[in-house]
Design a protein around this ligand. Structure first.
Ligand code: NAP
Length: 263
């Protein structure tokens, strides 16, 4: 198993893509920490996965420095190490540009972007100390989005946060390269989670998404987890500072594709 004896933290893993990543990592042999703000869903996720391997839940609001510090301390206390961090926690707040509230702008940026920075810095400090003591370097994976490059006019802070994720990924990768610590991002297209559910239940909105998806289907969380498993593995040993887009072909597409009638 590619992650045998590794310790991984996945933020926002009580459900959705984060849960799928946590599940894949447990199946690949890692000891996994599910870090989230939804304690009930987090504990339920642990119950779901505990039959497959070693997994625990830690409450952590990634936007809060003390929560992050506590998450790192609790992980080290329980498992003695951290090899992989997946900065997956993220939220959306939709509003038209002229109506967007300052508080909502701050909230999205503090979770999606500052949260990834706080977790990366806290975990990287441990990883660097480990390398200095002759240990193996770890790696960091940021959950970005196609919206790091393209944009949606009523998702301003979300798109800004994911654009920032590209540069956070590059700057962190360059800063930590000399230690052998790799930092990469995943840019999912439209993936079947609760974040997408409301859009997907509206036929016109679904049609819009499909017309921009050459593979003509919504992606599964497990398909993002597969990319995370690759980036966390030694197969990606020379890959750093990159964003891998898993989007059914949306990023290369100019114009739209024809959507079959029954879609
Ligand atoms: P999701 O289903 O909404 O799950 C996100 C999880 O993160 C929830 O359990 C949520 O808890 C938790 N969370 C929210 N704020 C947090 C915080 N401050 N600290 C820790 N955990 C927090 O989302 P998803 O669709 O799986 O998306 C996961 C990541 O993939 C996000 O970064 C998102 O931007 C990215 N992504 C998703 C898609 C997609 O189509 N789904 C596409 C591109 C990128 P609550 O339920 O309590 O809020």
């Amino acid at each position: 198993m590619s992650l045998e004896n590794k310790v991984a933290i996945v933020t926002g893993a009580a459900r959705g893509i984060g849960f799928a990543v946590a599940k894949r990592f447990v199946m690949d042999g890692a000891k996994v920490v599910i870090a989230d703000v939804d304690d009930e869903a987090g504990e339920a996720a642990v119950e779901d996965l505990s039959g497959l391997g070693t997994v625990m839940y830690i409450h952590c609001n990634v936007a809060e420095r003390l929560d992050v510090r506590n998450m790192v301390a609790e992980t080290l206390n329980a498992y003695g190490d951290i090899d992989v961090l997946v900065n997956n926690a993220g939220i959306v707040v939709g509003a038209e540009f002229l109506d967007l509230e300052e508080d909502d702008f701050d909230k999205v940026l503090s979770i999606n972007l500052k949260g990834a920075f706080l977790c990366s810095q806290a975990v990287a400090r441990h990883m660097v100390e480990k390398v200095d003591n002759g240990g193996d370097p770890g790696c960091i994976i940021n959950m970005s989005s196609i919206n790091s490059v393209v944009a949606i006019p009523n998702q301003i802070p979300y798109c800004v946060s994911k654009g920032g994720m590209t540069q956070l990924t590059k700057t962190t990768a360059l800063s930590l390269a000399k230690y052998g610590i790799r930092v990469n991002a995943i840019g999912p297209g439209s993936i079947m989670t609760e974040m997408l559910a409301s859009v997907n239940s509206d036929p016109a909105a679904k049609n819009r998404i499909m017309s921009r998806t050459p593979m003509l289907r919504i992606g599964e969380p497990s398909e993002i987890a597969g990319v995370a498993a690759f980036l966390a593995s030694e197969d990606a040993g020379y890959v750093t500072g990159q964003t891998i887009f898993a989007d059914g072909g949306r990023m290369p597409l100019n114009y739209t594709v024809a959507v079959p009638e029954d879609d």
